[in-house]
Ligand binder design. Sequence first.
Ligand code: SF4
Ligand code: SF4
Length: 208
Amino acid sequence: MERLNDRNCNYLYINEEIRPLTSWEKFRQVCKRSIKGELFVGLWIVFREMVRKGNLATVKYPFEKLPISPRYRAIRKLLRLLESGNERCIGCGLCEKICVANCIRIDTSLGEDGRKKVSEYSINFGRCIYCGFCAEVCPELAIVHGGEYENASEQRAHFGLKEDMLTPIDIFKAGGQKEFPGYGSLSENASSLIKKTPLAYKEEKCTN
Ligand code: SF4
Ligand code: SF4
């Protein structure tokens, strides 16, 4: 086997006449071609990183879990009004319309007081891609994405009904619903951000 240098290329010319024939010759050729110094350098780096203290790149899931951002987009929740405890959802249907995966179904009816009531609200979590559009579009800040991401199911159609997503009334009464629990809700510095709109600057200038 010789290297072709005539045209400055790196191709190897395999000489059929020196092809290994015996098992020993074949073994020697395999060793010569496969065992290079770089292999041991790579193995040494892997071993060094493996035994280095405090250098763990993985955790023993599900026994250990990494902390996730408070605004992580996982399973959706429906919130209640803080003052009255009533459902925030007014059944406007915007989330159903904007859903890219077409997995939200809402049914509304006329209540005894003549107001629209949300009689059915379901979401197919098997189809939801957690894009967050529904939470962004909701005018009542009723939808937030929580941090519950373990939603494996044995059924293809894994539906979440309103009762599963809405804050349970006993937990709500015990103060278990926080105002800023996840993606889709107002952030804690929302007021300061609103004040930075061009309109606010204009007003500032006028008053000065
Ligand atoms: S966008 Fe909000 S208020 Fe409108 S139907 Fe959906 S959850 Fe209810
Ligand atoms: S997160 Fe996206 S895919 Fe899931 S229900 Fe909302 S709009 Fe649909």
